[in-house]
Design a protein around this ligand. Sequence first.
Ligand code: SF4
Length: 335
Amino acid sequence: MSLLEVKDLKVGFPTADGLVQAVRGLSFSVDPGRTLAIVGESGSGKTVSTQAILGLLPEADISGSAVFEGVDLLRLDEERLRRIRGSEISVIFQDPLTSLHPLYKVGWQIAEMIRVHDPGVGRAQARRRAVELLGMVGISRPDRRVDDYPHQFSGGMRQRAMIAMALALNPKLVVADEPTTALDATVQAQILDLIAGLQREFDIALVLITHDLGVVAGVADEVMVMYAGLPVERADRRTIYYRPHHPYTKGLLESIPGSTGARQGRLRPIPGQPPSMIAVPSGCAFHPRCRYAMPVCVAERPPLGRVTGDGDHASACWLPHQAIGLGEEAEAVRL
Ligand code: SF4
């Protein structure tokens, strides 16, 4: 049984210029201990969808359902949702400074979170747990660093502290929203390895949100690609890299720096910009940027349907449902 099952999620923001349709009908599920990567450019709806599920968008119009362990999160009051958020579901944000208070010691913040969710834990015990957690996420001399303030940590160490905080209450599900985007490439790889290692060790389900398909290669079990508020392709990781069907997914793969294409000077960014979510293009929203666009693409929205003979691989595109091979460029992505 799935740990989280999201069905027909729609998220809109009323504005003076009209309704911003940030998410237009999203369904997915996450199984215990598995990693789902949600990938797309800025404005694709990937972050908004998880924020809506976690009750972090009080100003939005939200419909659909998001059932976590039998409870629809979209119908919970703020108090019950707050209790689930942080204990059973936790979040790692892109910028740790949005979550770490600059005026409090890092260890105190971790210990305090433990005590807020479990008042039976004493101060000394919570502090010991904070030291243990900082050590677990690779902070050296955690017994000393526990009393540092956030500004005394490097960017990578702050993100490690955020991960420690996310794991403090033994969650079943962690949502990591662009957890490495603000870091340099070497630290990025270390943090991704850390998240993947801890996820396996503690058998946690992980939803990894990223704009970079390259980041997903060593971490995800399943990948869902989003465009203009809808899922456009969904498959296991190897299928997405070796047998993508949707032209948008193919475009994301071709624009990964370090791919074979890039090394040969053929890095090919996707032309154009993501659409305005107030005036979403008709039919397939990707049609203004798609090199394969046909008249039907402008007239009708393609459903997310199975790719012929390719298991659970699904794509929302009017092209014949056979996977588009990437040839040598697929070899560039190390799985
Ligand atoms: Fe391109 Fe048409 Fe497929 Fe959309 S439906 S991705 S426009 S070919």
